[in-house]
Each structure stands twice: as structure tokens, then as C-alpha cells.
Design a protein around this ligand. Structure first.
Ligand code: TD3
Ligand code: ZN
Length: 309
């Protein structure tokens, strides 16, 4: 099957109350690990690249790899630009074969975010490409936001309805308390479910949960056993992700969990096979570790069997 648009995948998920995983990649092992897991579980899948991944591997290679991988499988595969900020990169992605782009102007004032997003929608929809935008600010590791100030950074549900209506976006990423990376919370993990429900009720769009990695013990343990230095890591427990999906999330972004699992596999093989220098023997285990995590996520998100054609 060729690549399908992001909205095709997300509209079905929205109509049927499940979520599709959007997994980040910048190399062959991650991409093939992700797609093999989805094929085995007959799940639709979204693979996405940040602008950083584009700088690392080149947009042409990322598109060619994904199109080739998708053409030999029967499940729907969408290729999405994650956290697009540079208009030139966004335009190139729209023109060259991505089937979804995120415009992340969430650090700009509301009216500016709205007008930039509207411009991207115009350009993208003219070519059948879907658009995701963000409202509110995702908390970063560097932000150190106090819980009392937290609300100011979360999505304003009243703004969300106006934003969705006036931009014509296909999916909305509302900031609801999660953060990127392996150090998401200093205290207890929390997500503002009420806010998700309100935004969903008001705008009806497929919602996107960013910063959704679980950073669970089973993912981190191997990396730590083989020498990784990761004190204080903390993610979003599976239980909270399930509740977010029930409240209206249809796209769940996962990057950190794949990185951590890949790291564990790589550290293990380097430690146990000091004489090995075949990259396939070193990076094959990374691919398998990525595949294992993606399989677990597909089951958690409820998309297994939904990619049957
Ligand atoms: O958009 N992404 C992936 C890229 C994050 C920037 O490096 C996410 O929302 C995934 O977040 P997580 O929880 O895997 O770090
Ligand atoms: Zn994100």
C-alpha cells in the first residue's frame, strides 16, 4: 500500500474510540522495527520525523525509506513531520511526500499561532496533506514549572474551539500536563483529563497526546543494568495513557521509550560481545527492542487489528 494521509488514519480512530501510535525515527533500524510490529499486529501506524531527524538523515532518504517500506505491506502507514517550526522544512515536506505535517507555533501568541497554522493548512490541504497544530505549551525538562503555575501553560478549552474552527486543522495537540523526554515529572505523574474531555466535546477533532512515553521499569532496566546513567527518569504510566485515549486522544506520540529500549539493547550487545564489529549484529538487537516496545504500545492504544484491509 502507498502512504495514506494522517487524517485518514485518525478519522477512523476518532470514529471508533482508539488511538494510533506515532513513533519517531531517524534511521533504518527504528523505521523497520516500528513497521514490522504494526504489520504483525495488523495495526495502522504513523511514523514521524522531527526537523532534527531531517537534518540528520536528509528528507529525501527518510521519505524514500518510508515509501518503500509502506509499499510492501498491507497496513496503512502515514508519514508525518513532527514539531514543524521552520516554514521551509514544512513546505518541503508537503511538496515531497509527507502525508501529514505538524505546525508547532505554540510558543507564539494565540492570534499568531492561529494565522501561521491557517497558512499551513491552506498549503497542505491543497496537496491532500493533513495538519496537526498545538495549543498551550508542552512542559519541557528545562521549564521547571511549579504545579501552581501549571494551568497557565495548559490548553485553554475556549480557545481550542475557535482555533479548530478558524484554522481547519485535522488534529489538535492540546497541552494537558505531559512533557517530552525521560524526566517528565518531579512528583506524581498527572494529566488533566477534564481538559481533554472539554476540548474533545467542543471541537470533536482527533486529539494528540505528546510526551506520552511511559519510561517504565521494563524499558529502562536493561540500559541501567549495562551501565546507563539515568537517575530520576519518570514517564506517563500506561494507566494514564489509557484514560487519555478514553477521554478523546487518537494519536499518541512516543519517542523516548524507543530510544531507551534501543539503548539497552545496544549496551547489552556491546558489553556481551566485545569482539563483534558487524553493524547488523550490533544494530539488529536495537531494531528488535524497538519492535517489542511498539508492539506493547499498539496493544495499549487499542489499534491492533484496525489496519486489516
Ligand atoms: O513529539 N514527540 C517526539 C519528539 C520529541 C522531541 O524530541 C513526542 O511527543 C514524544 O515524547 P516522548 O514522551 O517520547 O519524549
Ligand atoms: Zn511532541
Amino acid at each position: 500500500m502507498g502512504l495514506v494521509s494522517l487524517s485518514e488514519v485518525l478519522e477512523k480512530a476518532n470514529a471508533n474510540g482508539y488511538a494510533v501510535g506515532a513513533f519517531n525515527f531517524s534511521n533504518l533500524e527504528f523505521l523497520t522495527g516500528i513497521i514490522e510490529a504494526a504489520v504483525e499486529l495488523e495495526s495502522p501506524i504513523i511514523v514521524q520525523t522531527t526537523e532534527g531527524a531531517v537534518n540528520y538523515a536528509g528528507m529525501g532518504l527518510l521519505i524514500a525509506m518510508t515509501k518503500t517500506a509502506a509499499s510492501s505491506v498491507k497496513i496503512p502507514v502515514a508519514l508525518h513531520l513532527d514539531h514543524g517550526k521552520d516554514m521551509d522544512v514544512i513546505t518541503a515536506a508537503i511538496k515531497s511526500g509527507y502525508t501529514g505535517v505538524m505546525i508547532d507555533a505554540s510558543d507564539k501568541p494565540f492570534s499568531e499561532n492561529l494565522s501561521i497554522t491557517r497558512r499551513v493548512v491552506e498549503q497542505a490541504h491543497a496537496r491532500g496533506v493533513s495538519v496537526e497544530a498545538e495549543l498551550g505549551r508542552l512542559m519541557g525538562q528545562e521549564d521547571h514549572i511549579d504545579v501552581s503555575e501549571r494551568d497557565a501553560y495548559l490548553v485553554d478549552p475556549d480557545e481550542a474551539e475557535k482555533f479548530a474552527r478558524e484554522t481547519g486543522i485535522d488534529a489538535l495537540a492540546p497541552a494537558v500536563g505531559t512533557a517530552h523526554g525521560a524526566f517528565k515529572y518531579k512528583g506524581e505523574a498527572c494529566i488533566d483529563f477534564e481538559r481533554i474531555t472539554r476540548v474533545k466535546t467542543d471541537c470533536g477533532l482527533p486529539l494528540v497526546l505528546h510526551g506520552a512515553s511511559g519510561v517504565s521499569e521494563w524499558i529502562v532496566a536493561k540500559a541501567v543494568r549495562y551501565g546507563a546513567d539515568l537517575p530520576g527518569v519518570k514517564g506517563v504510566p500506561d494507566e494514564l495513557v489509557s484514560r487519555a485515549i478514553k477521554a478523546g486522544v487518537n494519536k499518541v506520540n512516543v519517542d523516548t521509550d524507543l530510544r531507551l529500549a534501543g539503548l539497552g539493547a545496544l549496551r547489552q550487545v556491546l558489553a556481551e560481545k566485545p569482539a563483534e564489529f558487524d553493524p547488523r549484529k550490533l544494530l539488529g538487537p536495537v531494531k528488535s527492542a524497538v519492535k517489542e516496545v511498539v508492539s506493547q504500545k499498539i496493544n495499549l492504544f487499542g489499534s491492533a487489528g484496525k489496519g486489516r484491509t
